[in-house]
Ligand binder design. Structure first.
Ligand code: DC
Length: 233
């Protein structure tokens, strides 16, 4: 596939926001897209995961909204990108691998559902995106965090396809699990993420919906680049 050419002067300072359910391909797509555009990449889910990891390590319950709010406010979360690898730090500790564990994954939806936690995280995310030239992805980047983004994408894929992708991710991390377990986990997270009271996952009215079920990662990126070219001309 020949990569689509882009007019770089038209790209400066823009915000690209991508939302979608777990396993829809947001992270990989956003990372590659950021690299193609020369933008920074903001993985908002990694921030909720880092907070969840920190809470579990410090014996703070995922249901304790008050204590979680304090950590969300006080404990720094930072990103560093080296050669396309996005590293995440909380309180100076590199937690890039730890935040992908099954334990963090199964508690993060509960942690991220607290109103005060979201408020703190959204403020941090807006500060990180202040200068633009950023691709942000998550569950509420198109509807709340960057509600005025220059382009909004909603990525989707079937539950089966998303579970298959998670299974591969877990295998890469050396975790043995089954397709059925991953399907059940994805359905549980879909339910929690889209039915919660605070900023549930929804399709923004002005978002382009991209179904990735039968697209390769390169195909997804090129498709979004073609949309960007149309919108930013
Ligand atoms: O994209 P992910 O699987 O790394 O996200 C982890 C969790 O964080 C997800 O279950 C919901 C939550 N999340 C959120 O509530 N808002 C965001 N903007 C990003 C993620």
């Amino acid at each position: 596939m020949t990569p689509i050419k882009l007019n770089l002067t038209k790209l400066k300072g823009r915000v690209v926001a991508i939302d979608g359910p777990a396993g829809s391909g947001k992270s990989t797509t956003a990372r590659l897209l950021a690299s193609r555009l020369g933008y920074s990449y903001l993985d908002t889910g990694a921030m909720y995961r880092a907070l969840t990891y920190f809470a579990l390590r410090n014996a703070i319950s995922p249901s304790d909204g008050e204590k979680l709010k304090v950590i969300a406010k006080k404990v720094p979360i930072e990103f560093e990108t080296h050669e396309d690898v996005n590293r995440v730090f909380i309180n100076g500790e590199d937690v890039t691998q730890e935040i992908r564990s099954q334990e963090v994954t199964s508690h993060v939806s509960e942690v991220s559902a607290h109103y005060d936690v979201r408020r703190e995280m959204v403020a941090k995310q807006r500060r990180m995106g202040r200068k633009g030239s950023i691709v942000a992805e998550g569950r509420d980047t198109t509807t709340v965090v960057f509600a005025d983004a220059d382009i909004k994408i909603y990525l989707d894929a079937s539950v089966r396809e998303r579970a298959q992708r998670r299974l591969l991710d877990m295998a890469r991390l050396g975790v043995s699990t089954t397709l059925e377990e991953q399907e059940a986990e994805i359905q549980r997270r879909d339910r929690l993420d889209s039915t919660r009271e605070n900023s549930p996952l929804t399709k923004a009215r002005d978002a382009f919906v991209v179904d990735t079920t039968s697209l390769t990662i390169e195909g997804q990126v090129e498709h979004i680049i073609s949309l960007i070219r149309e919108v930013f001309k």
